[in-house]
Write a protein that binds this ligand. Structure first.
Ligand code: HEM
Length: 200
């Protein structure tokens, strides 16, 4: 996992629970390092071990934790990368539509590292709704959900998110239907059932 995700996780736990808890979590997860470099990558197992300790030993709710962390992580990513990747003309839904092609894809193309961001296909349905189709062998769909909420925070746009399918339920992909809630009820709105069942 990219160092920016790992250092984000470390700061998130420190901010929420304090440094002593972070140290305890780190020890229980068998992690020796004290610092994550945002320029390096780390084994996925390390991320999963820390997450496992938070859920199993500290009794945190896994999906809620992923969502909160996703929200926090988007803010950190935006701080780091907005000048490189973000377009001033984008609104929240444009941002979501462009993550794969503009950001994840360019991370994948780098030949000095082997980052493996998830595949995020999108299907724009009208002006106010986009369906995000997430595929990853990490099965971190609630993290994706939280990052989408982070996009809403970043743009000050209320986003409604509905899950139409989930990898964890045995579906082929997770499909998150994202609606700009400031526009709910507009004439261009598409009924939810149609949006959820669209094939891409
Ligand atoms: C709608 C917004 C976004 C969503 C839903 C999203 C989703 C995700 C998820 C769920 C992961 C965890 C890895 C996995 O599931 O396989 C991830 C990884 C990552 N994302 Fe995104 N992302 C978004 C925006 C961004 C932005 C804005 C950036 C950078 C500017 C970014 C850069 C990364 C990086 C660096 C990783 C780590 C990849 C690796 O370690 O191999 N993402 N993304």
């Amino acid at each position: 996992m990219h160092g920016v995700v790992m250092s984000g996780l470390q700061s998130f736990i420190r901010d929420q629970e304090g440094n002593d808890t972070w140290r305890e979590v780190r020890n229980r997860a068998g992690v020796d390092r004290t610092i994550y470099s945002r320029m390096e990558e780390y084994p996925d197992e390390e991320f999963l071990a820390i997450y496992g300790v938070l859920v199993d030993d500290f009794g945190m709710d896994g999906p809620a934790l992923q969502r909160e962390f996703g929200r926090y992580l988007f803010e950190s990513l935006a701080d780091l990368y907005e000048r490189v990747y973000f377009d001033d003309d984008w609104d929240a839904l444009d941002m979501i539509e462009n993550v794969e092609e503009t950001i994840h894809e360019s991370l994948r193309r780098r030949d000095d590292v082997t980052f493996t961001p998830p595949e995020l296909a999108t299907d724009r349905i009208g002006d106010h709704r986009v369906v995000v189709i997430y595929t990853s062998d990490r099965y971190l769909c609630e993290l994706a959900w939280g990052m989408i909420e982070g996009v809403g925070d970043y743009y000050g746009t209320p986003l409604e998110i509905d899950e139409a399918s989930c990898l964890k339920d045995g579906d082929e992909t997770c499909r998150l239907v994202v609606t700009d809630a400031t526009e709910v009820g507009s004439s261009e709105d598409v009924p939810e059932t149609d949006a959820a069942s669209q094939e891409v």
